[in-house]
Ligand binder design. Structure first.
Ligand code: NAP
Length: 291
């Protein structure tokens, strides 16, 4: 029996990690949402480790409000750098394995082929900079037992996300416009959770990994696929450009991630993003529609 601690258990990934671990008779999983553990509170993190004595920790907690981060760097730093450092320090002191989740936003987004795990980073937003600082803090504080996993375009049954927004807009509007000049890999949080658990169970070396559903698309084509899953006419989704929809934080134009190291470690690739979307709707049809 191993004890697993999931931080950020109230988020979409945290909720799916607990769902995946619930099927494991050899695992005792404790999920702590922000109300039960603020990872930026160093004393609270120490107390949680003393109480739970986890063998494995997966950190799904993060400050994820990408636009709000531009004007609240302090909050983003607490959630994305200070908190992960606290977890890594506590995990190192207690010899626990730590899997920490990061983002495609650590890259500048101007590539034309998938970003390798070792490709130079260059975040263009506060969110991306604080997440990169979190990666570095984790690997420095727990050099023998931490793995960082970058993912992208995450959606799931719990929490707010692009899929649910599109489902709501489908109900509210006859046509919608979605940007067609940003490319990435939509990733179902349940598949990601399964991948993170496999990584935590494996003997894969410490370091940085990439894990997304395979294949890539644009937000526009993703939205059309969501309309298909909703049984709506995909032609009601029209393409537009990033320039037509300015946001406080710049978005990467290209953020497809190579999973070279993931595969080299013998870890299973996640399904293609289009198949994952179909499975997500089949698994929780009502939740995926509820914005
Ligand atoms: N969503 C995406 O598209 C995406 C893309 C790439 C990478 N990621 C990464 O994937 C991971 C999981 O993201 P997600 O999509 O599951 O995000 P999410 O649904 O926003 O969940 C994050 C959770 O962390 C909690 N949290 C924030 N600050 C905290 C703190 N100081 N202590 C404890 N909990 C805290 C949040 O609570 P509150 O809601 O109360 O603040 C929320 O429940 C994150 O590392 C994120 O950076 C996400």
């Amino acid at each position: 029996m191993t004890r697993w601690l999931i931080t950020g258990a109230g988020g979409q990934l945290g909720a799916d990690l607990l769902r995946v671990l619930a099927g494991r008779p050899d695992v005792e999983a404790v999920g702590l949402a922000r109300a039960n553990l603020d990872i930026a509170d160093e004393a609270a993190v120490r107390a949680a480790f003393a109480d739970i004595s986890p063998d494995v920790v997966i950190n799904a907690a993060a400050y994820t409000a990408v636009d709000a981060a531009e004007t609240d760097e302090t909050a983003a730093t607490l959630g994305n750098e200070v908190g992960p450092r606290n977890l890594a320090t506590a995990a190192a002191s207690s010899d626990a394995t730590l899997v920490h989740v990061s983002t495609d936003y650590v890259f500048p987004g101007d590539a034309t082929e998938p970003y390798d795990e070792d490709a130079p980073t260059g975040p263009r937003s506060v969110y991306g900079r604080t997440k990169l600082a979190g990666e570095q803090a984790v690997l420095a504080a727990h050099p023998v037992g931490a793995r960082v996993v970058r993912t992208a375009w995450v959606y799931g049954a719990s929490g707010a996300n692009f899929v649910k927004t599109i489902a709501r807009l489908e109900r509210e509007r006859e046509t919608i416009s979605v940007v067609d000049d940003q490319q990435g890999s939509p990733t179902w949080s349940r598949d990601l959770a399964t991948g993170l658990v496999a990584l935590a169970d494996s003997a894969a070396p410490v370091g940085v990994y990439h894990c997304t559903n395979t294949g890539s698309t644009t937000w526009f084509a993703f939205a059309r696929a969501i309309f298909e899953e909703l049984g709506a006419d995909p032609q009601r989704v029209q393409p537009t450009t990033t320039a037509a929809f300015p946001r406080p934080a710049p978005r990467p134009a290209y953020s497809v991630l190579s999973d070279r190291k993931w595969r080299a470690a013998g870890l299973p690739q996640l399904p293609h993003w289009r198949d994952a979307l179909r499975t997500a709707f089949a698994t929780a049809p009502d939740l995926m529609r509820s914005a």
